[in-house]
Design a protein around this ligand. Sequence first.
Ligand code: LLP
Length: 412
Amino acid sequence: MIINFENQQPLIEGVSINDLIEKIETPFYVYSQKKITESFNRINIFNKTDIFYSVKANSNQAILTLMKKLGAGADVVSIGELKRAIEAGFDKNKIIFEGVGKSQTDLEFAINNNIRQINIESFEEMGLINSLGKKLNKNIDIGVRINPDIKANTQDKISTGRKKDKFGISIELIDEILTLVKKYNNLNLVGLSCHVGSQIHEINVFEKVFNKMKKTTDILKKNNIKIKFLDLGGGFGVTYNQEKKLDLNAISNLIDKTFRNEEYNISIEPGRFLVANAGILVTKVITSKKNSDINFLITDAGMQTFIRPALYNAFHKIIGLNNNNKKDIYTVAGPICESSDIFANSIELPKQKSGDFLAICDVGAYAFVMASNYNTICLPPEILINEKNYSIIRKKENISEIIKKDIIPDWL
Ligand code: LLP
């Protein structure tokens, strides 16, 4: 937890959250640079393994700049994320572009920018890149994302490596991949990649993935294809509730054991692990009310600010920022006109009243990036804290900006 209480004052790295509340209108996201750095250092223990930060988890330019400073590359999944990574100054040789639906424009942009590698996810995409290579008179380095048909034992909606999932090319089609690699003259197969899901805690899932990927590289070797890069994806689980801390030493030993004698360079693409536990969302209780026997607290943050609980039923700890010793049981809900706009059901909190503040915890990943303007509500500001200093790293939108984007046709 990044918040600690001193004399009942909530602090992050010595910065008073109450001071922030006085200056900045809620709801807002706050991230701790120290916590991100700690998480980066915790996972940066695998031998000969490069870290490519999965930009989708939190793509603020300040966070990207921090990741670059820490030594990460960038794993991007859209032209927007690619432009963000370039703008943040990532070495183009440390950018991997993937995603199951890249358009021709996206691919041309990536090719023209000479990034390290484009991971393809279908035979059609392979053909398209080859024809773009021909057109541009270039040989293009690609990786192939393999669908290894492995169950990640995580939430169904964030599982990506089973046969039935839309991602990657089935491992069973390896012969066809090889045939096409030989046929297409403007492609170099330089890498393999995979990603079987997010928030994975079971070591044996990582073990299965590593073994399957090793076997696949062996098949390539037999066919005289020596890859340069093996990308093992992200998925490293964090603690939101009672989950045990991920045993990174065990994963490190597995990487050593499986790939000890291999010459290719290994990479991982953590997103959540680096940022999830480093963020909180500060929100104000707008109204308290009782329906049936339920004490509702209605907050100024809603599912449009932070959608993980509504979308995945995800647990996020909520704490009261006031210092009331009396407790009560509350259901914390947002202001949106949807019954799924609930952050937590029947949780114990210090007694609350309208105007009090709550912190929703562990929201550094897949939180702001998934926020929307639903109900015409502005995207919230984001703040980064570093050793007693804070900086607003994204301004709050204003409503007229949102309205101005709409165009009324002249026949109305
Ligand atoms: N690499 C690829 C190809 C991915 O698709 C993802 C995440 C990652 C790396 C990073 O995974 P991580 O280390 O963060 O688990 N919105 C969902 C999570 C979706 C993850 C999508 N892919 C959530 O809020 O739980």
